[in-house]
Design a protein around this ligand. Sequence first.
Ligand SMILES: *Cc1c(COP(=O)(O)O)cnc(C)c1O
Length: 367
Amino acid sequence: MEKFIKRIPKEIKEIDRYQKGKSTAQVKEEYDLEKVVNLASNVNALGPAIQVIDTIQAEAKNVNAYPDSESSALKEGLAAKYDLAAEQVFLGNGSDEIIDLLLTLILEPGTEVIQADPTFVKYELAVKSRRGKSVKVPLTADYKHDLAAMEAQITDQTRAIFICNPNNPTGTMLQAEAIESFLSRIPDDILVIVDQAYQEYITDPEFFSGVDQLAKHSNLVLLRTFSKAYGLAGMRIGYALANSSLVSLLNKIRGPFNINILAQQAALTALESESYLKTCHDLNASQKEALYQKLEKLGLEYIQTESNFMMINLEKSDQEVYQKLLKKGVIISPGSQFGMENWIRVTIGTRADNEFFIRNLKKVLMN
Ligand SMILES: *Cc1c(COP(=O)(O)O)cnc(C)c1O
């Protein structure tokens, strides 16, 4: 092997690459289909608000310039929304980038990060890329984070704990009380990173916001994104709300122009489109109830969700059902990729998307 490759640490070489699902275009082409409904990646089925599309179009002529390195207008917009100082807001090229930067700051080879199992696959990838160790703690019987068991895994090597709330892939959520009491028990030299990618879809009134906890807990990081409810996954923009000293360290190690010009403007307009966000939330809330009813009629077990996706237990090979659904033009995520064999994860789409899914699921399960 080439010498330079030999020098690369084995922990890096052993990483399994992130498995991206098939795209709508790929499935259309591969199976010669006209209609394909993609319910695999939890993006907003309604797309971004129309004002956001207008903003992106209007801004397109300015892309010869570099973006504002500070993303000042957007940062201030977010600070105002949450009644925080702009210095407590950090913007990233998706929350993915923020996860990477946070771990770059705090991990050294051999140090540990505690996470649930299953949870968002990105965490483990990011930890392994920095030659750290992911300590995985199984979910409780009701598919929620087992905070007591996670706390019990703390050692002098622990640098961070991820809480994905609502959790991807299960859609389950811990209420405010549970997370607040957890925070009060965790030493403040361990970061508690609460990933709130699906925050805008929550319907449970006892939800954890965390914004009011930032003043109390300097080790708390809230991660949010424009990728899901705001419909901007392709723009790559997410943010963290955290202690200003931590934000200032993150600013030292980020790319100076990590948020592109279109993303800054699109996100700012999206923030101002509150009523559209409510439309998306309400559609998701009503469609999840409609899906529950249909699944009950089919006699299928499912996990109640606080997000825009849900896990369904098919009691038969998820890989097989995944393949059969693909042929019919429905893309879902097989649960075995998260260690939940026989389950599938399905994004809640529009009413028409969901009906198309249920119709085809029935057909696939019949034969
Ligand atoms: C989709 C998702 C994100 C969003 O990542 P971006 O990089 O902001 O697109 C973050 N966390 C979880 C758990 C997700 O499912």
